[in-house]
Design a protein around this ligand. Structure first.
Ligand code: FES
Length: 106
C-alpha cells in the first residue's frame, strides 16, 4: 500500500476539490476518483464495477453515494457497498484530510 498526499495544506487540498465534485486523479500508475462532500473526502476506483463507465461523470447524492452515469447504480462511498444494482461492490480507498493535505492510501 502507498500513501499519496494531494495539496500541501488542508486549505489547498480543499481548494482542489469543489464541494460535491468528483475528480479523476493520477496516483502513481493508477487513476482513481476523489469526491468531496463538505468536509468528507472519498477515494474510489474510477470505473464502475458493472460495465466500466467512468465514475468521474457520475453524481453524488445526499446520502454520500455515487450514482453511475450509465445505468444509475448507486454505491455507498464509505464502504463501497452497492446500494442499488446487481454487481460487485465498488473498491474504496482510505482518504484523510489533515493539516498537510489530503492523504489517500491505495
Ligand atoms: S456501468 Fe455503471 S451502472 Fe452500469
Amino acid at each position: 500500500m502507498r500513501t499519496f498526499t494531494l495539496g500541501r495544506s488542508q486549505e489547498e487540498a480543499i481548494s482542489l476539490f469543489p464541494d460535491r465534485s468528483i475528480r479523476e486523479v493520477q496516483l502513481g500508475d493508477q487513476k482513481i476518483c476523489v469526491a468531496r462532500d463538505g468536509e468528507s473526502f472519498f477515494a474510489f476506483e474510477r470505473l464502475c464495477p458493472h460495465r466500466l463507465a467512468n465514475l468521474k461523470e457520475g453524481q453524488l447524492n445526499s446520502f454520500q453515494e455515487v450514482i453511475c452515469p450509465l445505468h444509475h447504480y448507486r454505491f455507498e462511498l464509505n464502504s463501497g457497498r452497492v446500494a442499488s444494482g446487481d454487481c460487485r461492490d465498488l473498491k474504496v480507498y482510505k482518504a484523510e484530510l489533515d493539516e498537510s493535505g489530503l492523504k489517500i492510501s491505495i
